[in-house]
Write a protein that binds this ligand. Structure first.
Ligand code: IPD
Ligand code: CA
Ligand code: CA
Length: 261
């Protein structure tokens, strides 16, 4: 099943990369850049679903662009292009994210960066890999000197003030905070030890499913803002190695409102 996910992610990656050759031309010819982008999102998603369906016609699928395709208790969770705004602007940071759950448990996860040809994957119980090499979360133990990732709640303006308080609480002591625009890649980077911690408000299941398994298999911890595991529902997550996870939770906890729990 992991191999099918990898095949699908690579094939979607090729399709996305081919389309970047034409972004300039399409910008000139297209009225709406968003329509173009969503066409690429949709065709990448169709390609992923085609590959999964041909191997596992009975499985269910939840995909960002086409929604729920009912089937049995294997459920694929797909983001065909995570970082669409970056993609649209030629900002080279985006990915494909594909996860599989069985009876509600994450079992496989793949995040592919087609620009750098970096393939992050994990199978439950078998660890996490980047291009076939084992990855682990970082060993950072202090906020001082740490590099954190985040996402701005641009689709949830009502949380902007609360978010900025959280940002302030972490910004003073950390070495830096990155907002890359692809949450899936941020989570993969955390699994690979490139980021020491991450938090975001309002993610969707396809943004985080594969990344969560990668982090868990790389020795990290992921929770929601109640220090619990309902992140797929709330969309609010904190991630890091066990120590950094606790440090981030402690720092933002005073600002976590009931609506975010
Ligand atoms: C977005 C990216 C971004 C995150 C947003 C997501 P999309 O996904 O993951 O980093 O901050 O919340 O919606 O729309 O580019 O697939
Ligand atoms: Ca996404
Ligand atoms: Ca997307």
């Amino acid at each position: 099943m992991l191999n099918i996910a990898i095949r699908a992610a690579r094939s979607a990656g090729e399709l996305i990369l081919r389309s970047t050759d034409n972004i300039g031309a399409l910008k000139v010819h297209q009225q709406s850049k968003k329509d173009f982008a969503s066409e690429i999102d949709k065709s990448a998603e169709r390609e992923i679903i085609r590959i999964i369906n041909s191997a596992y016609p009975d499985h269910s699928i939840i995909a960002e662009e086409s929604g729920h395709h009912p089937g049995n208790d294997f459920v694929w969770i797909i983001d065909p292009l995570d970082g669409t705004t970056n993609f649209l602007h030629g900002f080279p940071q985006y990915s494909i994210s594909i996860a599989l759950t069985h009876k509600g448990k994450l079992t496989q996860g793949v995040i592919f960066d087609p620009l750098r040809d970096e393939l992050f994957c994990a199978s439950r119980g078998a660890g996490a890999l980047l291009n076939n090499r084992k990855i682990r979360v970082s060993q950072q133990t202090h906020l001082q000197g740490s590099l954190l990732g985040t996402g701005f709640p641009f689709k949830h303006q009502q949380y902007l003030d609360v978010y900025l308080e959280m940002f302030k609480a972490l910004h003073t002591d950390s070495a830096g905070i990155r907002r890359t625009g692809s949450a899936a890649l941020d989570l993969a980077y955390l699994a690979a030890g490139r980021l020491d911690g991450f938090w975001e408000i309002g993610l969707r299941p396809w943004d985080m499913a594969a990344g969560i398994l990668l982090i868990q298999e790389a020795g990290g911890v992921v929770t929601d803002f109640s220090f619990d595991h309902h992140f797929m529902k709330s969309g609010n997550i904190i991630a890091g190695n066990p120590k950094m996870h606790q440090i981030i939770y402690n720092a933002i906890n005073p600002h976590i409102t009931d609506a975010l729990k």
